[in-house]
Design a protein around this ligand. Structure first.
Ligand SMILES: Cc1cc2nc3c(=O)[nH]c(=O)nc-3n(C[C@H](O)[C@H](O)[C@H](O)COP(=O)(O)OP(=O)(O)OC[C@H]3O[C@@H](n4cnc5c(N)ncnc54)[C@H](O)[C@@H]3O)c2cc1C
Length: 541
């Protein structure tokens, strides 16, 4: 017989200490007075911004909108130096929020949640950690991150490499690669940032390019006190319009069809957006149909291609970096990415035409037989997005149903926050949540979850969970919206296409934050439409 560990009983367990977990603990404990324990594998708060310490790590949301909006004083006390905010600054900000609201004492850091099992008779979740602790709670809030479960490619011979390997999302604090021969695999958002930052420092940089990307300048600039003060004076209005918008990046979203104007006018609008900077602004602020209409999409794509051809001096290098096909992934922006390839110490290797054969002790060998000698191999290969972290925990709902069985085929949810057979079990940025600048979407979901918990507590609801029909309907809604865009035709992490063996599926609600907020409010106004609410007091006929 194994010794029984007696569980600690709390009202709610929160998993994760990024934006989502921090806010969830604040809402549930500070505002509702519930007993809450939060966990994070990391040794401190910050989530994404705790882990991603690679050189060049920067938000692509503007600084004044990459933060919480729930507290006016917090907003007024905030400050930033440039239009976009760097990883160290975001981490410092999130740490300061934790201290400001006295949340640190509720978190167990350096602690991984290994399982969460629903105990039907007691209507409690039993949550176990790698430290051997066991907690029981009525509610579980999963804020485990959508870009958090590391994706590490399986390259033949990798274990024989005598140099160092680093994933960008596990970058050792202060790790400097000056003077080294470095290889980078991955040219998505993170890859572009780390490549641009490393190029001037390292002796030689080999970039293994699988999929050339469309990217526009980020346009990061210093800001003045007057500019910050003007934003602060209008913060209520700014957040109000952000939360009513689609992508929530703070610019006016265009409704103009790209083909409704002359070619000259179209290029003028693209050039203006290029000069201003910002990936989402370029895709959604110029014209209203770049993500939905092929001709509009091609106009934007060909504008970016012309810029790449102009920037990269060597035609053969430009060819390797030149994207073809649709401009239909999460829009990228960079800080001089294409320019990097004009440096004599930077080399692009196109691995679709010249694949990686193997990794050896000294470096990476490509199919043409060339050994690219390296001291360090950097993996900017991203994440098993959205459901990745859930699948790494043993989660069992009603009747012992494992989350991997429930999500066999594709991860689903009702409204991005709940899933059938998992009562009182909530997700922040779960499958089929909104695709936006994320802090306002995270706030929207945490507020909805917290209001729902308050409702359950007030009304002595024992268990709340969505019906399978409501979940199916939401999945269909998300699929229909995605199919009306060109995004489904690009190989992107947005659909899980970056992880070998992962079945591509729709992972986001692409209907915009404003619409999403209306849907959530409508469900509540309609007596929690699509949910089953089980009363604590058995209802007799
Ligand atoms: C490099 C990078 C740049 C980004 N830039 C932007 C941007 O500009 N704009 C934007 O909107 N979004 C951006 N994102 C997305 C970003 O992840 C979100 O904006 C936001 O930080 C997510 O917060 P979160 O709390 O939901 O999750 P996270 O910040 O990912 O936190 C999740 C936490 O859960 C913990 N965790 C997971 N599983 C367990 C477990 N089993 N036990 C214990 N702890 C666990 C993890 O350790 C992690 O700390 C970026 C992401 C990356 C990786």
């Amino acid at each position: 017989m194994t010794a029984q560990i007696s569980p600690t009983v709390v009202d709610a367990v929160v998993i994760g200490a990024g934006f989502g977990g921090i806010y969830a603990v604040h809402k549930l404990h500070n505002e509702q007075g519930l007993t809450v324990v939060g966990f994070d594998k990391a040794d401190g708060p910050g989530g994404t911004w705790y882990w991603n310490r690679y050189p060049g790590a920067l938000s692509d949301t503007e600084s004044h909108l990459y933060r919480f909006s729930f507290d006016r004083d917090l907003l007024q006390d905030g400050t930033w130096k440039t239009t976009y905010i760097t990883q160290p600054e975001i981490l410092e900000y999130l740490e300061s929020v934790v201290d400001r609201f006295d949340l640190r004492r509720h978190f167990r850091f350096g602690t991984e949640v290994t399982s969460a099992i629903y105990l039907e008779d007691e209507n409690l979740w039993e949550v176990s950690t790698d430290k051997g602790e066991v907690y029981r709670a009525k509610y579980v809030v999963n804020a485990v991150g959508l870009l958090s479960a590391i994706n590490f490619p399986d390259l033949p011979g990798l274990d024989t490499f005598e140099g160092e390997t680093i994933h960008t999302a596990a970058w050792p604090e202060g790790k400097n690669l000056a003077g080294k021969r470095v290889g980078v695999i991955g040219t998505g958002s993170t890859g572009q940032q780390v490549i641009t930052a490393l190029a001037p420092e390292v002796e030689h940089l080999t970039v293994f390019v699988r999929t050339p990307q469309y990217s526009v300048p980020v346009g990061n600039r210093p800001v003045t006190k007057e500019q910050i003060d003007a934003i602060k004076a209008d913060y209520d209005g700014i957040w109000d319009s952000v939360k009513k918008s689609a992508v929530a990046f703070g610019f006016e979203e265009s409704t103009l069809p790209a083909m409704s104007v002359s070619e000259e006018e179209r290029n003028r609008i693209f050039q203006e957006a290029w000069d201003h900077g910002g990936g989402f602004r370029f895709m959604f602020g110029t014209f209203g149909d770049i993500a939905t209409d092929e001709a509009a999409n091609e106009a934007a794509a060909s504008f970016i291609r012309s810029k790449i051809a102009e920037i990269i001096e060597d035609p053969e290098t430009a060819r390797k970096l030149m994207p073809t096909g649709l401009y239909a992934k999460r829009p990228l922006c960079d800080n001089g990415y294409y320019e990097v390839y004009n440096r004599p110490n930077v080399e692009a290797v196109a691995i679709k035409e010249n694949p990686i054969r193997e990794v050896t002790a000294k470096g990476v060998v490509t199919e043409d037989g060339v050994l690219h000698e390296l001291d360090v191999l950097v993996f900017a290969t991203g994440f098993d997005a959205v459901d990745g972290n859930y699948r790494r925990i043993e989660i069992r709902g009603r009747n012992g149903l494992h989350i991997n069985d429930h999500w066999d085929g594709q991860p689903t949810s009702y409204l991005g926050v709940t899933t059938a057979n998992f009562p009182n079990w909530f997700m922040v940025l779960g499958p089929n949540g909104p695709f936006t600048n994320l802090p306002p979407s995270i706030e929207t979901q945490v507020e909805w979850i917290s209001d729902t918990v308050a409702y359950a507590e007030r009304n002595e609801i024992r268990a709340i969970e969505p019906t399978p029909e409501a979940e199916e309907e939401w999945t269909q809604t998300c699929t229909d919206i995605a199919n009306a865009t060109l995004f489904t035709r690009g190989d992107s992490w947005i659909f899980g296409a970056n992880v070998p063996g992962k079945k591509p599926s729709v992972l986001f609600y692409l209907g915009g934050l404003g619409n999403y907020r209306n849907v959530l409010a409508g469900v509540v106004a309609d007596s929690y439409r699509g949910f089953e609410l089980k009363s604590a007091v058995p209802v007799t006929a």
